[in-house]
Design a protein around this ligand. Structure first.
Ligand code: ARG
Length: 459
């Protein structure tokens, strides 16, 4: 008890709550591999510089290996009283090798230790996400190649705009994912400076070799400023910002799948493996995975904002606030990994109703621009005039309740007498004519598929 006066009632209570609010072991145990790798690198450096003896260092290294094995085997007992992964590992090391365990923490603090662990974890997460994004790109490119010439309605304002090809539409997402991967790559390059050896905040008087620990852990160099090294979590924010953008991209594709799979559109069909039934309506094939991807974007963006708020206004150097950095990052990576895998599965299995796409492609007077273009090309009209003439043609079709391709030559000539039978309107021809670089014509889409493979999947 703390005091005879209030200890009976309070001594255990506040201590237990303190332990609960302070402990991070429930989630930061996920850093065990990085923590042990960081400790081994630090220990090797302490031995090489003569700060720790060979015997003690070897005992420490062997003990750390044993702990790693215990954790991997599920035999390690994590203790909340020991707060976090760093102290859990160190306490166990002391049980295994005795007092020499205490030498591991020479010239180190949990502040540089946790920053190092977390950077190592984040770096692995970036590499994992990059692979998952590449897998989704591969699935999209496969489908784009298979449907390079499948004409469909292209939309603006979700109103029929101009015919495009399904392959072209999918390749748009391949580009977005390419930039998402680029952002991760950029973040990785900035992340890759090693905090270890910054110690608590000021560096250390021991003759450590920060370059060797940085190299041993795969960092490009040691972080230049010890205060910065233990204080910033911008690397985590950058990961979450890149993840948020990727999630927003996935959410848009998910939304399109929701729309496309509806009975009213019927453009595509999800496989049984990615459809869910209804307990009351037997006809249903619901796109739950797409809806959940759309929704989980909210979580990912929320976590980004959450960590930004944690960091805002923190004075240098370390504050315990920063212990709140891990859960949002773990959860962001888990969520995005899951969403990428689900999207990859849905896309790989997707069945495209090409007939239905083609039938829809001409709806909503989507070839109107082709008439205007023809008037410019063949009759030399300025585009604005051609636009006006075409408007009158659309009006006529609308009055008759038919599509543009159903108007007779006489109908067209009633609006513009110089129109000839050469003016052919069909959605496939419309898409095929758009051969400009980056355009929707099947010939360009096939090239773009090959180019995307080269840019995104080969190296
Ligand atoms: N568990 C802590 C964290 O995640 C480790 C660093 C603790 N440092 C300290 N000065 N209390 O941030």
């Amino acid at each position: 008890g703390r005091s005879a006066m209030w200890g009976g009632r309070f001594a255990a209570g506040p201590a237990a709550i303190m332990e609960r609010i302070n402990a991070s072991i429930d989630f930061d145990k996920r850093l065990f591999r990085q923590d042990i790798a960081g400790s081994k690198a630090h220990c090797q450096m302490l031995m090489a510089t003569g700060i720790v003896s060979k015997d003690d260092g070897e005992a420490i290294l062997a003990g750390l290996d044993q702990i790693l094995q215990e954790i991997v085997d599920g035999r390690f007992v994590f203790k909340t009283a020991l707060e976090d992964i760093h102290m859990n590992v160190e306490a166990r090391l002391r049980e295994i090798i005795g007092p020499a365990a205490g030498r591991l923490h020479t010239a180190r603090s949990r502040n540089d230790q946790v920053a190092t662990d977390f950077k190592l974890w984040t770096r692995d997460a970036i590499d994992g996400l990059d692979r998952d994004m590449a897998a989704l790109q591969a699935a999209l490119i496969d489908q784009a190649e298979a449907h390079a010439d499948a004409v469909m309605p292209g939309f603006t304002h979700l109103q029929a705009a101009q015919p495009v090809t399904f392959g072209h539409h999918l390749l748009a997402y391949v580009e977005m994912l390419g930039r998402d991967r680029g952002r991760l790559r950029d973040a990785r390059a900035r992340l890759n400076e090693c905090p270890l050896g910054a110690a608590a905040l000021a560096g250390t008087g021991f003759p450590i070799d920060r370059h060797s620990t940085a190299a041993a852990l795969g960092f490009d160099r040691p972080a230049a400023n010890s205060l910065d090294a233990v204080s910033d979590r911008d690397f985590a924010v950058e990961l979450m910002a890149a993840a948020s953008l990727c999630a927003v991209h996935l959410s848009r594709l998910a939304e399109e799948l929701v729309v496309w799979t509806s009975a009213q559109f019927g453009f595509v069909r999800l496989s049984d493996g990615f459809s869910t039934g209804s307990s009351i309506m037997p006809q249903k094939r619901n796109p739950d995975a797409a809806e959940l991807i759309r929704a989980k974007t909210g979580r990912v963006v929320g976590h980004l904002n959450g960590l930004l708020m944690v960091m805002k206004g923190l004075p240098l150097a370390y504050s315990k606030d920063m212990q709140e950095d891990k859960e949002p990052v773990f959860e962001t990576v888990d969520t995005l990994t899951l969403c990428l895998a689900a999207m990859t599965g849905m896309i790989a299995d997707l069945r495209v109703d090409r007939a239905r796409l083609a039938a829809a492609a001409g709806a909503g007077f989507s070839t109107a621009t082709d008439i205007a273009d023809w008037l410019v090309r063949e009759l030399g009209l300025p585009f604005r005039d051609a636009h006006h003439v075409t408007g009158a043609i659309v009006k006529r079709a609308e009055e008759r309740g038919v599509g543009l391709e159903d108007l007779s030559l006489a109908d067209l000539q009633a609006v513009e007498p110089r129109i000839t039978a050469d003016l052919r309107l069909d959605p496939a021809g419309s898409a095929a004519a758009r051969t400009s670089f980056g355009g929707t014509a099947p010939v360009r889409v096939r090239e773009a598929c090959a180019d995307a493979r080269r840019r995104f999947l080969d190296p």
